[in-house]
Design a protein around this ligand. Structure first.
Ligand code: CU
Length: 381
């Protein structure tokens, strides 16, 4: 009887939500998406996208809320099968949790609104909870961030400068090409391993690189929907400190050189990279069944001063950068150099283009000739 009344409630909820009438932002689900692998293969995916965009992505859109915000997450499903949005890790009530047996299915052609209060800051996930094994490997997942306007991780927690969402997942090409209609799904063996939906050379593209300014602290928002056990290795230059686990502060923050992330887990790790660093956080994907490493991907972290402009708008790129002794520019006049605090370090001409920095403190500097473009360089010891 309870089940029937729940179903009736769901039907009434759904009937009152014609999806054309929903205000944005509104997610939708589709089962005819395309995802490009690093080798150019176009792979069929299922997933979520913004209604206003009209296409789905892998992972789905990042959902960002402010602590305390009352959220109405509108969702419609024009796809041929039922789906839900399970709010993984958020403390929402049962009716809004997206587990179909205890809340409701969003069947083909219908819409629903998931209502909740984003009462805790942290890193969370969402995914479809219908035939979960299959719908997950097809791509129906994404990340949720709940942040605070004052840029602290939580009440009384440390402050930071940037949020960096890092979402791990994997898939099996054969399953995505030809999704099985029924069980067993436990035969799924992922063979594509992703960071924010990207693999291999895709992770060297500018949009995937984590850039920082020296002195900045970045909050890595790590979450996994992979079948694999994920292990991240943090080089010491990043000064990584784990602050939160599964959306709550850890009892005592701890320095990290590696971190294991099991399916569904989330961690918030602060990094404060040293000036002039360009390197990777290696990400190993371990097969949960046999305990072997299947693949290694990476997150590239780079001092923004070391980035080579892709637009050609920064012709004034010195060499080498970072520099220890001398940095070589084209010959120039009326050159000004500032340190990271805006103090003038040099003002004059460089007729031979050679800027001597051997005696300068380690750090990041800005340089400009006349009224030309400003470029950045790093001095190391
Ligand atoms: Cu689904």
């Amino acid at each position: 009887m309870k089940r029937i009344s729940l179903a009736l409630t769901a039907l009434i909820l759904l009937a009152s939500n014609a999806w054309s009438q929903m205000p944005p932002p509104q997610l939708f689900s589709e089962m005819d998406g395309i995802h490009f692998l690093a080798d150019g293969t176009a792979l069929p995916i299922w997933g979520y996208g913004w209604m206003t965009d009209g296409f789905i992505t892998l992972p789905g859109p990042l959902l960002t809320y402010t602590e305390g915000e009352q959220v109405d997450l509108n969702f419609s499903n024009p796809s041929p099968e039922s789906h839900t949005i399970h709010l993984h890790g958020l403390d929402v009530d049962q009716a809004n949790d997206g587990v179909p047996t205890t809340s409701f299915f969003v069947v083909t052609g219908q819409s629903a609104t998931y209502s909740f209060t984003a009462d805790r800051p942290g890193t969370f996930l969402y995914h479809c909870h219908v035939t979960t094994t299959l719908h997950l490997t097809m791509g129906m997942y994404g990340m949720i961030l709940v942040t605070r306007p004052d840029m602290t991780l939580f009440d009384g927690g440390p402050s930071y400068d940037q949020d960096i969402p890092v979402f791990f997942s994997d898939l099996e090409i054969a399953t995505n090409l030809d999704p099985p209609g029924s069980f067993p799904f436990h035969t799924i063996r992922p063979d594509v391993f992703m960071v924010n939906g990207k693999s291999d050379n895709q992770l060297e593209q500018a949009a995937q690189i984590v850039h920082y300014e020296p002195g900045q602290t970045l909050a890595l928002r790590l979450g996994s929907m992979a079948y694999s056990r994920v292990m991240c290795t943090f080089p010491s230059e990043l000064n990584a400190v784990c602050q939160m686990s599964d959306g709550r502060p850890v009892p005592e923050p701890f320095a990290l050189d590696s971190l294991e992330i099991y399916p569904g887990e989330r961690f918030t790790v602060l990094i404060t990279p040293e000036a002039g660093w360009d390197g990777t956080i290696d990400v190993d994907y371990w097969n949960m069944a046999d305990g072997f490493i299947e693949d290694t991907q990476m997150i590239r972290v780079r001092d923004a001063a070391l980035d080579v402009s892709e637009t050609g708008q920064t012709p004034w790129a010195g060499f080498p950068n970072p520099a220890q002794h001398v940095i070589q520019y084209p010959p120039a006049f009326n050159v000004t150099v500032w340190d990271a605090w805006g103090r003038e370090m040099f003002n004059g001409d460089l007729p031979d283009g050679r800027l001597h920095v051997q005696q300068w403190p380690v750090g990041s500097y800005l340089i400009r000739s006349g009224t030309g473009p400003i470029s950045r360089f790093v001095v190391t010891d």
